[in-house]
Design a binder for this molecule. Sequence first.
Ligand code: DX5
Ligand code: ZN
Length: 215
Amino acid sequence: MAIVAPSLLAANFLKLEDECKMVNESEADWFHLDIMDGRFVPNISFGPMIVEFVRKTTKKVCDVHLMILDPGNYAQEFKNAGADNLSVHIEACPHLHRNIELIRSLGMKAGVAINPHTPVSDLNDVLHEIDLVCMMSVNPGFGGQKFIPHTLEKIKQLRKMISDRGLNVHIEIDGGVTVENAASIIAAGADVLVAGNTVFRSKDPKEIIRQLKQL
Ligand code: DX5
Ligand code: ZN
């Protein structure tokens, strides 16, 4: 059974309290929180303040995905806001190993996010130091995009790298996840499903979450 992480980016922010309540009452495991700076990605979303509000509503894992430059400068702030997992983009980190050490030293789980063009082999020398790979299955910056099918191949490669080395690293798939394609994503070896529009734009979000958990 996969971990299901609704992405709040697709929520109605005028009703954030209700949206958090829905997730809290659902079978979802994690809150996925997308932080965008308008520099690493073309869009701007929200900052630690929203993470702090969400944290107050929930005991579920707060899984924070930083799509920002210089993420190390903000790690402490997201820890203070209540992040459990903090993922940084490999493409934004010339000193990735240092960023990972910092995140772990602050007591958070460390994730590395990779864009669709980044080969999984780029993770070779940090895989044993991290808890999570956030594999982008769309180009980061916006919700509601179409799943890039080649991701399935990358999931298989990464799952093999992880199991060949006997590691315990989550493979989280982020972007364009639907009830229809989720089974193939899990079959390829992923164990965390991020879902934004699929959950929040449906008539019955809790039921969609339940269906994703059934797979
Ligand atoms: C995209 C974000 C995703 C996004 C997913 O840059 O990282 O987490 O919210 O949204 P959907 O599920 O709608 O593609
Ligand atoms: Zn994300």
